[in-house]
Design a binder for this molecule. Structure first.
Ligand code: M6R
Length: 369
């Protein structure tokens, strides 16, 4: 049932182009407009929303961190993202005008479920983004948008993450459409960009052999750091989480702008540092800043693994290892930038002799607090 792959994780990584395509299916009409009628929250209520709060755990939380950029960009509504396990214990400020988005692959994560219950008790509307039909979180929510990743067997979440991102972009656009902060042409353009992602992923997946070889060569390391900025920051966190859970290595993700505020002290000779580089096109200011960060860490002996868009030549002189990703709009970059990090963690874990589908101490769904 692994379809010829060595692990479910590899199979699920390979399924991502289809999972993304399936999650878009039926949500866009023939004219390229968004049709999320299944989210049965009336438009007047969507217009009345004063803040969005995303709650989730683990990888789903990282999807939420990325969703914040999209939601605030397309709706201009303030968005907070919180670990579900922290949320209800700090007595969050919620009311009828709060929209809580709960993201969960399994739909059974106890922390997220408790956050949903708490939010509804306070009168907030809850929209679940979930991969498992009929599971508890969507049943207890006001509305649900299902991701169509198909069953995810490996403990490490891969295809569910990419489809959560797609669902978050759709929700952000839908809310923007209802509130009049995003217009038809812009929505259609983003939908077109999203529709191009499955092909981009296919091309990307066909180039992963050097990433595998690099991972094997790093199997003896103790620590790997990950840096990113803007939407690349949650991608860095996700890359580090994957490495912890699969390779049992010390891995940390940082916002690149924070380097000078502490983490750069960790950099020493031969330390692998993976850097997710923003597109040089849209937000070129950030691009320049991260190129300086790469120079700084390399000057201190780090071994730089640079994930950069095709055609980005500015990074070449500072990359000990260069991983190319397809050029896509800035907000959508996590859909492609995460994939090499998944492959990297999976291969490193295998090289260290670990069982990738069933990492030690972890369960696929965490149904206890
Ligand atoms: O089923 P959920 O999406 O609610 O699960 C949340 C986390 O437990 C999950 O993403 C976990 O972090 C994964 N093992 C990450 O790969």
């Amino acid at each position: 049932e692994k379809g010829g792959y060595d692990s479910f994780m590899l199979k699920e990584i390979a399924e991502q182009p289809r999972a993304v395509a399936d999650t878009l299916l039926g949500r866009v009409d023939a004219e390229g407009a968004l049709t999320l009628d299944e989210v049965r929250i009336p438009v007047p209520e969507l217009r009345a929303v004063e803040k969005v709060v995303v709650v989730a755990c683990g990888t789903a939380f990282h999807a939420g961190l990325i969703a914040k950029y999209a939601i605030e960009h397309w709706t201009r509504v303030p968005c907070e993202v919180e670990l579900a396990s922290e949320f209800r214990y700090r007595d969050p400020i919620l009311d009828r005008r709060s929209l809580v988005v709960a993201i969960s692959q399994s739909g059974e994560t106890m922390d997220t479920l408790m956050a949903v219950r708490h939010a509804r008790e306070q009168g907030a509307k809850v929209l679940a983004i979930c991969n498992t039909n009929g599971s508890t979180i969507p049943r207890e929510s006001d509305a649900v948008l299902y991701t169509h990743a198909g069953p995810e067997v490996a403990v490490a979440s891969t295809k569910a993450f990419l489809t959560q991102l797609v669902a978050c972009y759709l929700v952000a656009l839908y809310l923007g459409q209802a509130r009049g902060t995003t217009w038809g042409d812009e929505i259609r353009a983003v939908i077109r960009d999203l529709a191009g992602i499955p092909d981009a992923l296919e091309r990307l997946l066909a180039t992963m052999e050097p990433v595998r070889a690099l991972a094997r060569s790093l199997a003896g390391q103790d620590t790997v750091l990950f840096l990113g900025r803007h939407v690349g920051y949650p991608v860095a966190l996700e890359g580090a989480l994957k490495l912890k859970e699969l390779a049992y290595m010390h891995a940390e993700g940082f916002a690149a702008g924070e380097l000078k505020h502490g983490p750069i002290a960790l950099v020493e000779r031969d330390l692998p540092v993976v850097v997710v580089v923003p597109s040089p096109r849209g937000r070129s200011v950030l691009h320049g800043k991260i190129v300086s960060n790469i120079q700084e860490i390399r000057a201190r002996g780090a071994r730089t693994v640079v994930i950069a868009e095709e055609g980005d030549e500015a990074v070449v002189p500072y990359a000990d290892h260069l991983v190319r990703i397809p050029a896509v709009p800035t907000l959508l970059q996590p859909l492609v930038a995460t994939v090499p990090l998944q492959v990297f963690a999976c291969e490193l874990a295998t090289a260290r002799g670990n069982e990738v589908d069933q990492p030690r101490n972890l369960a696929k769904s965490v149904t206890v607090e």
